[in-house]
Structure formats: structure tokens, C-alpha cells
Design a protein. Sequence first.
Length: 417
Amino acid sequence: MPKHLLEDMTKVRHVEKKTKEKEKPPKEAQKDELRVTQAKNRSRYLLWLVAFVSIVFFIFAISFMFSKAEIKVNPKIKEVVLNKNLSAVKNSNASDLSFDLIAIEGIENKNIQISGEKDVKETARGTVVIYNAFSSSPQSLNVDTRLEGSNGKIYKTEKAVIVPGKINKDIPGSVEVKIYAANAGTDYNSAPLDFTIVGFKGTSKYSKFYARSKGEITGGYKGKAPAITDSEKATALDGLQDILQTKLFKKASDQIPNGFILFKNATFFSADDANVPLVAQDNNLTITLKGTLYGLLFNEQKLAKKIAEDSIPQYDGSDVFISNLQDLTFSLFNRDSFSFDSVKNVDFNLSGSAKIVSKLDVNKFVGELLGKSKKDFNQILSQYGNIDSAILTLSPMWKMSIPDQAKNIKVIVNYPE
């Protein structure tokens, strides 16, 4: 029994000794834990750093793929005061200054209330169709050929006509002509009538030539009636001419092709005889005026270039335009004797303050910028005498060169309106 107790005591001492050998002081254990934690943190930070660098590299790579350039250009503008005599040739294809002719027709109506009254003699008027059932040969009829209506009244043709021969035995030849009553008065107003030709009476043609009116014969009047006075007529026609001329000028301006200009003082208005009824209905009368606007069209580019040649010292012949060309005053020499039918060249004067604007060949400009360094921009810009100033903006902002593809370069030229 004692022997086993001694052995047990020995075993306990050995176990306690081993346990004590394995245990470490608390400070050393904390140091070990700290070292482990720091190692883990360093690994984590390294991973984040690698990820950040990768993202930054990716962003840079993508930004270079989608780099853009925007260039805002202010063109050179030269203001000159003009008082220039110029000449132009009709429809010239050469470099000389040229012009083209245009003609625009129109019609305008005006209803006015009248106050006058006077003796009126108006003949009734209408339209008839004259038939030739006599032969296949045409028949000439003089102006004022007398026709007798089925109402017993005499009417006359307004102009000479030729009645075609009959087509066959069943289809006569025919022609349409306007007629007017031989005398004034309401007695000649009528519903549609049949007519014979007075001059053929007693001949074989009399029954084979006949006429029938198209619609009613109206307008005959004799006596006092409300009528327009001379002053009312003059005032109404002046107003109609102004309205029609203004409308035709706008219509012409809207229709002219791009690159051409129509100065207002380079137009002429020609009015036809106005349709002014002598008799009013219930003191109201409608005046109808037809007219034609003739105009001279000028090529804007040729005109601007000619002005630049004469106004700018050492002009290099580059493309220009005049931004306020329409505001210049146009004066045509010998206007009173001007004839549109025979004109081949014109002499005129342009005066006023003109803004001559240089044009930029954008495609050429972009072509010279492709792939160039940002620091070379001002040097390239200095080669363009038609540019006053320009601002280059690159994106992304750290980009130091201009894109090498034209589609990625946007040029905005600030031309004056």
C-alpha cells in the first residue's frame, strides 16, 4: 500500500512539472497574439492595396479608351464701313460676281365699303360655246362677231376665234369664247341661252353654226347705283399694292435657295389691271389685284469675297461671310430704266457697316490636331490666321494629348448670328 502511494505521488509531481513547463507568462502570450494580429492586418492591407491599384489602373485604361477633346473657336471678325459700287453679270458661272432673276406672282383681294353714287352703264357678260356642224373645215370668226340670243337680244364676242371643223357627222367642232351685250342694261341679263350667228343669216351655214351659253349672263345695269369714287379707288389700290408686294417679298425670301440673298431694294413690283366692279352690292365692293414681284438674287459667298478683297488689306482669299449682309443698303443704278426682259448685267451700291467673318475648315483643322500633344495646340493654332482665339478642353482632365480619332474631337465655332 505505501508503495503504490509513493508511485502515485511521483506521477502527480511529473504531471505538475510538465504542466508548469508548458505554461508561459501572460506577457509573452499577449506578445504572440499581437504578432498574429499584426500579420493578419498586414495581409488584409496588402490585399486592399492591390485591389485599389488594380481599380485605379482599370479606370485609367478605360478613360484613355474614351478620351475626348472639345475646342471652342472664336473666328476672326473684321468690321468695315462700306460705300461700295459693284457690278454683277447675269447667271455667270465664273468667279465674277453674278446674279439670277426670280419672278413670283400673287393675288390680293380687299373688301371696302363705299359712299359714292353715280350713273352706271354696265353690259351683261357671259361665256358661250360656238359649234361647227357645217363641215370638217375650221371657220374663223372676227372679234365682235354678233350673236343673236333666243331672247332676241344681240351679244358680241370679245375676241376673234377659230371654230374647229366637225369631227364626224354626229360630233361638231367647238370653241369657247366670252361675250358681252350689245347694249347696257338689265334687259340683257339672262338664264342660259341658245344663239345663232347673225352674219350667216341667209346662208347654208346659218343653221349649222350655233352657240349655247355656259351658265347665266349677268352684270348688265343702267342707272344710278352705289359706286366707288376715284379717291376711294386710288386709296384701295395703293393699300392693296403694299400688302401684295410685302407678301410676295416674304414668299420669295422663303423660297430662295441656301447661299443666295434677295435685298428688298433689289425687287420690282408690277401690278396688273385691277378688277374693280363699277357697281357695288349693298354698298360693299371687292377689289382684286394681281401682281408680280421681280427680284435680283446674289450669291452670298461671291459677294462677301468681293467685299473682303476690296476692304481688307492683304486679304488671303480664304472663305468668309458677312453675318449682317441683309442689313446693308442696296441701291440699284438706273433703276427707272431697268428692264427685266433684256438685263445682262447690273451696277449697284452697297453701303453700311459690315461684319466680315472668317470661315474655318473644321475637317482640316481637326486633321492637323489628331494625336498631337496638348502643348503643341497653340503652335498649330498660330498657323490659322482666320482664328482669333480658341480654348482646348481634354477629358479626362489628366489627358495630355489630343485623341487620334476625329470622332472624339468636337469643334464649336462661335459664328455670330
